[in-house]
Design a protein around this ligand. Structure first.
Ligand code: NDP
Length: 339
C-alpha cells in the first residue's frame, strides 16, 4: 500500500460555469485508523449535478462546500483497515468518502458507511441505479407522481442516472414512458436499451412549438406525470401537454445550475390544468430508502433495470468529467475510477 494518496479540494468558487482552476489536486499521507475508525480505499467516486450548488456560497438547501476541503461526493470502496467491531478488511461499503482515494470514517456515526453485497450487483451500481440516483427516481415517481397503469409519464435527462430509472420504474407499473434527452444516440439508447416507448431529442427542436408538437405526437393522450430534471424550454413544452390533474415532481433544474435564468413560459397552466407540482430532496426522505433500494436492487440483480455508466479513468480527470456532466457530455451515470 502506498504511503500517500490523492484527493481533490475546492480551491475557489466558480462564477458561472466551473473551470478546472476551481479544483486542486493534493497528495497527502494515508492515515492510520484510531479506535472506532475505519480506513476505506475508495474504488469509485460518483459525480452528481448537486455538487455544482455546493460550490456556491449563496443560499441553497444544503451547506456550501468549504474552500480547501475535500469535495463532497458519494463513494464505494473496500475497507482496508478497521478498528471498529462492525467492519473488517475486505468489506465493501458505500459512503460519502468525497473526491479522494482513501477515507477515514467514524464507524460509530450512524449511516456513514453501509455494507453492500456485490455478489449479484456490481459495486459501482450502488452509486447509481441502486444508490442515491435510483432512490431519487423511485421517490419522485412512486410517492409524488404516483402513476396508475395506463397513464403516460414523461422524464427529462432520460438517459441519465435518475431519468433512466424513472422510465423503467414507470414501465414496470404499466405506464407509457416517454423520455426527453439530448441527441439521437442518447434517445436510441433510451428506447432500444431501456425500453421506453418513445424518446424526444430536444436538441433537434429549436423552439417551444416544435418540441411541444413532438411531445404531442409521442403522447397523443396527454401527459399525466412529469419528472422534471432540466427546466427551461423542456419544462414549458411538457406543461403544454399536461392533462388536467397531472402531477409534476420537480427533482432538478440542471439547465440553470450555472446561474442561467430559467423562466417558466406558462405558469397559468398550473391553475388551468389543476396541476400538482412538488419539489423534493431525496436525502430528506430517508424513510423510503430501504423500500426503494429493495425494489431497485431486485430489478438490477435480475437484469430488469438497465443503466449505463461513463467512467473517468483517474482521479485527476474528475474536474473535467464534472464540468462535462453539466453540459451533457456524460452518457448515463458519471463515475470516476479511483483504483
Ligand atoms: P444525469 O446522469 O442525468 O446527467 C445530467 C444530464 O443532464 C446530462 O447528461 C444532460 O443530458 C442533462 N443536461 C445537462 N445540462 C443540461 C442543460 N443545460 N439543459 C438540458 N439538459 C441538460 O444526472 P443525474 O441523473 O444524476 O441527475 C438528474 C437530475 O436529477 C439533475 O437535475 C439533478 O440535480 C437531479 N437530482 C435531484 C435530486 C433530489 O434530491 N432532488 C437527487 C439527485 C439528482 P442530455 O444530454 O440528455 O441533455
Amino acid at each position: 500500500m502506498s504511503n500517500t494518496y490523492q484527493r481533490i479540494v475546492l480551491a475557489s468558487r466558480p462564477d458561472g460555469e466551473p473551470t478546472p482552476q476551481n479544483f486542486r489536486l493534493e497528495s497527502v499521507a494515508v492515515p492510520e485508523p484510531a479506535e472506532g475508525q475505519v480506513l476505506v480505499r475508495n474504488h469509485y467516486l460518483s459525480l452528481d449535478p448537486y455538487m455544482r450548488g455546493r460550490m456556491n456560497d449563496g443560499k441553497n438547501y444544503a451547506q456550501p462546500q468549504p474552500l480547501d476541503e475535500v469535495m463532497i461526493g458519494g463513494t464505494v470502496g473496500e475497507v482496508v483497515a478497521s478498528r471498529h467491531p462492525n467492519y473488517k478488511a475486505g468489506d465493501q461499503v458505500v459512503g460519502m468518502g468525497g473526491w479522494q482515494q482513501y477515507q477515514l470514517a467514524d464507524g460509530n456515526q450512524p449511516g456513514v458507511l453501509r455494507k453492500v453485497d456485490t455478489s449479484r450487483i456490481p459495486l459501482s451500481a450502488y452509486l447509481g441505479a441502486v444508490g442515491m440516483p435510483g432512490v431519487t427516481a423511485w421517490y419522485g415517481l412512486v410517492k409524488l407522481i404516483a402513476p396508475k397503469a395506463g397513464e403516460t409519464v414523461v422524464v427529462s435527462a432520460a438517459s441519465g442516472a435518475v431519468g433512466g430509472a424513472v422510465g423503467q420504474l414507470a414501465k414496470a407499473r404499466g405506464c407509457r414512458a416517454i423520455g426527453i434527452a439530448g441527441g439521437p444516440e442518447k434517445c436510441a439508447f433510451v428506447v432500444d436499451e431501456l425500453g421506453f416507448d418513445a424518446c424526444i431529442d430536444y436538441k433537434a427542436h429549436r423552439d417551444l412549438g416544435s418540441l411541444s408538437a413532438a411531445l404531442k405526437a409521442a403522447a397523443p393522450d396527454g401527459v399525466d406525470g412529469y419528472f422534471e430534471n432540466v427546466g427551461g424550454m423542456v419544462l414549458d413544452a411538457v406543461m403544454l401537454q399536461m392533462n388536467a390533474f397531472g402531477r409534476m415532481a420537480f427533482c432538478g433544474m440542471i439547465s440553470g445550475y450555472n446561474g442561467e435564468p430559467i423562466p417558466m413560459a406558462n405558469p397559468q397552466l398550473i391553475l388551468t390544468s389543476r396541476l400538482k407540482v412538488e419539489g423534493f430532496i431525496v436525502s430528506e426522505h430517508m424513510e423510503v430508502w430501504p423500500q426503494a433500494l429493495g425494489e431497485l436492487g431486485t430489478l438490477v440483480a435480475s437484469g430488469k433495470l438497465k443503466y449505463r455508466e461513463t467512467v473517468a479513468p483517474r482521479i485527476e480527470d474528475a474536474p473535467e468529467a464534472f464540468i462535462g456532466l453539466l453540459k451533457g457530455r456524460n452518457f448515463g451515470k458519471q463515475l470516476v475510477k479511483l483504483v
